[in-house]
Every structure is written in C-alpha cells, then in structure tokens.
Design a protein around this ligand. Structure first.
Ligand code: 9MR
Length: 352
C-alpha cells in the first residue's frame, strides 16, 4: 500500500474508533469559548491516544505545520494540500472546526522563494498563494492567520516591522495586500494578524503591543478587512502577565471593532521551579492571568494551545531545562493526564 493510502485508511479507522467514544460526542454548549489545539500530522496518524485526547477536549484544531509554505508549496507550481486535508477530515469526523495557520510568515519558507525579487513578482506570488490556499478551503476554514509575526523583535520608532521577503520587496503595504487577497478568496472568513511577546510585563512587550496597535489602526483607517488579533501566548513562565497593559490593548482593539483570540498558548517553563506540582501551579496561574486580562476588556473568540500534550511540543527545541527535567508547557502531561493548566482553560471557556 502506498503511504498515502495507508494513512487514509488508518485515519478513517481511527476517526471511526474515536467517534465511538462518549467524550467525542460531547455537545459544545453554545455560549462557551471554543478550545482547541495545534496538531502534528505524523502524531495524528501514529498515536491513538493523541487522537482520543484531541477528540475529547477540543472543539477546534489548527495544523502546527501542515499549512505552512514549506509544506504546501514544494515548488512554485505545486500546491500540496495533503496535510491540510488530513486534519480537516479528522476535524469533520469529530465535529470540530479547523483554523488556518499561516499565509504570510518569515519562517518555514521553501528555498525556491528566495528567487522572488521585485514588487511585482512578490505581489504576484503572494496573490497566487493566498487566493489558492484560502480558496481551497473556502467555507470550510472559518478563521485564518493571514499575517504571522510582522512586528520587529524590538520595535523602535518607524522601524517597527520585521524584515521579510514581502516587506523587502513590497514595503509595509504587504500587510494590507495580504488581508485584501484573503478576503477576496473567502469573504466570510475571520482574518487574523497573529503576534507573540505581547502579553508580559516589560518595555519590549509594551513596545510590541503599541507597534501592533499602530499596524492594526493603519489597516482599519485604510478600510482593510482585518477582524482579529491573535495573542500567540507563548508565555515565558518567569514573567508576570501585564494585566493592565493587555486589558487596555484589547479595549483599544475593541473600540476599532477588532476581536481577539488566543492562538498558540503554552508556558515556557525552563526557568520555573523543578518541583512539578509547584511548576504546574505557576503555569496555570499565568494562563488564568492572561485569559482574565483579555476577557476583562473583550472575551477571546477562541482559545488554542500550541499542542495538547507535553509529549509533542516545540518548547524543548529552544528552552530545555538545565536540570535535565522535561518541559511541561501544555494542558495534558505526557500520559495525557490533565494538569491544572487544562482546568484553568476549561473553567474559563465555560464561563464566557
Ligand atoms: O511548533 C512549530 C514547530 O514544530 C516548527 O518547527 C516551527 C517552524 O515551522 O514552527 C513552530 O510553530 C511556530 C508557529 O508557527 C508560529 N509561532 C511560533 C511557533 C513556535 O515556534
């Protein structure tokens, strides 16, 4: 059997099995905030417990990598929707919705894109990509991260945008163009600008919120179709949440009729205490503080964590602990047991 056929068969079997489980049939109360997780395509196929946990806890999924350029665009002329379709099938079979991540980002770009030069060529490549990818899932993906991580790491003055292929070739207008192309491809979809390091106390976090606000205000003033800001929420556990800063940021967005959602929540715990109980409490506290600060101004339209189990997380790629203990950034532990972080999210989602 070809791998692709094998995968399809096993997914069909798996999805069927999962659907038999009572938890998977739990109806979503209409006024709760949907909770979801980023999903790895390989684990979805290989790990039954992973599928079960997703079906039990999530109303939403988003591919962790499956819709990035490096996966979807193996070459200039080819589009590969295998990973996106696979996750969407799983979502459909389990009564979940799927978000799209991400259309325009500096990361995960295939090598061939470095030969894109000049404003015209860049705009053409961007339009083709967004029209095709958003068009492919028209009416089936209700929310897209159109722009990911556009703000400079340490924004100052007019240098507030991160250099990337699009900025270098098209100037700052690349952001507006991307939103317009996405809206053309599916006028019903929630269009999101997604950003990290906007949650905590500190000058850089504050400057990043202000820079992002400036970008959103500019888009609004120009009548561009932007609907929400995504708080990625890769929280550094050692820092407090800037509750006032976050609330007033969300209030300013609300005044512009721009919603918020939490798109990639996890708590980076390399500098937190070794004791697991203590660590889990700090993590749940940070999550509660963030969700509370946002909701004080405007409840998020969704809450997604960047993975559901400590078994599959990007965090140790960058933030391993010096004491050799494993990271615990996500709502379920490595054995799929819920931690206080999951309780914090669920309490919150139900309260909306
Ligand atoms: O978690 C993702 C990791 O597995 C990938 O290798 C990486 C590059 O594609 O992207 C990670 O996800 C990032 C997300 O797309 C954007 N925000 C930061 C996430 C963590 O690095």
């Amino acid at each position: 059997m070809r791998r692709r056929d094998f995968v399809q068969v096993s997914l069909a079997v798996a999805a069927h099995a999962v659907l038999q489980m009572p938890a998977a049939q739990a109806a979503v109360p209409s006024r709760r905030i949907p909770y979801g997780s980023a999903v790895r395509g390989d684990a979805l196929v290989d790990d039954y417990d992973y599928r079960t946990a997703l079906a039990e806890h999530c109303q939403l999924v988003v591919p962790e990598g499956g819709l990035k350029w490096e996966v979807v665009r193996p070459s200039e002329d080819r589009f590969d929707f295998y990973e996106g379709d696979k996750l969407l099938a799983f979502a459909d079979q389990n009564g979940m919705k799927m978000r799209g991540h991400t259309l325009i980002w500096h990361g995960a770009m295939p090598g061939w894109t470095s030969s894109i030069h000049g404003a015209k060529a860049a705009e053409k490549a961007m339009s083709k990509h967004i029209h095709t990818v958003v068009g492919q899932y028209k009416g089936r993906i209700p929310s897209w991260d159109v722009i990911n991580e556009a703000i400079a790491d340490d924004p100052r003055g007019s240098d507030h945008l991160r250099p990337n292929l699009w900025f270098e070739n098209m100037g700052k207008g690349y952001i507006e163009t991307a939103f317009r192309r996405a809206s053309e491809a599916d006028p019903q979809v929630q269009l999101v600008i997604n950003e990290y390091d906007i949650e905590c106390v500190g000058e850089t976090y504050k400057n990043r919120r202000n820079a992002l606000l400036r970008v959103v205000r500019d888009l609004r003033d120009r009548g561009a179709p932007i609907h929400a800001v995504g708080f990625q929420g890769h929280l550094k556990g050692q820092y407090e949440i800037d509750k006032e800063g976050v609330s007033s940021f969300v209030a300013e967005l609300k005044a512009m009729d721009v919603d918020v959602l939490v798109t990639e929540l996890d708590v980076i715990d390399n500098l937190l205490p070794a004791d697991e109980k203590e660590r889990d409490q700090v993590i749940a506290g940070r999550v509660t503080d963030l969700l509370q600060a946002i909701s004080d101004a405007n409840p998020p339209t969704a809450i997604l964590t960047w993975g559901i189990t400590d078994r599959y997380t990007w965090v140790p790629m960058w933030f391993t602990r010096d004491d050799g203990r494993l990271n615990r950034p996500l709502p379920l532990d490595r054995d799929y047991k819920a931690k206080p972080m999951m309780d914090a999210i669920k309490r919150f989602a139900a309260r909306a």
